[in-house]
Write a protein that binds this ligand. Structure first.
Ligand code: DGL
Length: 271
């Protein structure tokens, strides 16, 4: 099957990477809208216009299903594109439900972009699943910039998160929900700031499981590591066409950049 995956930028690779684990034999079209990243500080109208154009572009490539691998785009644009296009379109929303169900009374912190935090979709989700009012929400847009610049760890990232959460008692938190696909790269830093025991919860595994169900695909549940040696190895093992804002990526340097993101995602996968 041909599967389209879109995001404002490099966050969506975390969904593609999970798809490599569970559905390694499908054909992927990955679209990063680098021209417009970040989406998290744009208007609803702008984001909807970008996502509509990308969906149209990917449908012309012949995709059978689309994953909007972006919580921000899902919160503002998913209804519009679902009404307009006929293929299955999956969105992503912060994995609050598994966080509430998988913890036992302590608080839960959801981090997301300013748009996701502001929009009704998250508020509606909370009113449905957070009956005990255990969930707090914080916008951390700086992490999108760090992810785009491949700054995954180090003083700057630690400082940003420490300052962002300076006013809260971090020991009261049991789980951190990564409500933006760009946030997967920083898992070791969350542990540094919130403590080793903090549970890190993202929606990637569930999204790919859902995709497999929708397309009636059999998932590979193996736990083997995916360590990509070089771009030829990447091309041989996975059938993916990468696009950056409408242009197919063929340049070796850029493909190597994508490979580095994949290897980082593999490194943080089990944290
Ligand atoms: N990766 C996106 C998300 O999941 C958006 C990041 C951004 O462009 O602001 O929300």
């Amino acid at each position: 099957m041909k599967i389209g995956i879109l995001d404002s930028g490099m966050g969506g690779l975390s969904v593609l990477h999970e798809a490599y684990h569970q559905l390694p034999n499908e054909e992927y079209f990955f679209y990063a809208d680098e021209e417009h990243v970040p989406y998290g500080t744009k208007t609803k109208e702008q984001i909807t216009e970008y996502v509509d154009a990308i969906t149209n572009f990917l449908i012309e490539k012949g995709i059978d299903a689309l994953v909007v691998a972006c919580n921000t785009a899902t919160s503002v644009a998913i209804e519009t594109i679902r009404q307009k296009y006929d293929i299955p379109i999956l969105g992503m929303e912060p994995a609050v439900k598994p966080a509430v169900e998988g913890t036992d009374g302590k608080r839960i912190m959801v981090i997301a972009t300013p748009v996701t935090v502001r929009e009704n979709k998250l508020k509606t989700l909370l009113s449905r699943v957070d009956g005990e009012h255990r969930v707090d929400i914080k916008a951390t847009p700086g992490l999108v910039t760090f992810a785009e610049e491949q700054i995954f760890e180090g003083e700057e990232v630690t400082r940003y998160l420490t300052e962002t959460f300076a006013d809260i008692d971090k020991s009261g938190y049991q789980a951190l929900v990564l409500g933006c696909t760009h946030f997967n790269y920083f898992k070791p830093v969350y542990k540094e700031v919130f403590g080793e025991d903090i549970l890190l919860i993202d929606g990637n595994e569930g999204t790919v499981r859902h995709l497999a169900d929708v397309l009636s695909l059999t998932r590979n549940c193996g736990v083997e590591k995916i360590e990509i040696q070089d771009i030829d190895d990447m091309k041989n093992r996975f059938h993916t066409t990468y696009f950056i804002s409408g242009k197919e990526v063929t340049d070796k340097k850029l493909l190597t950049k994508f490979m580095k993101y994949h290897n980082r995602l593999e490194f943080v996968r089990d944290i």
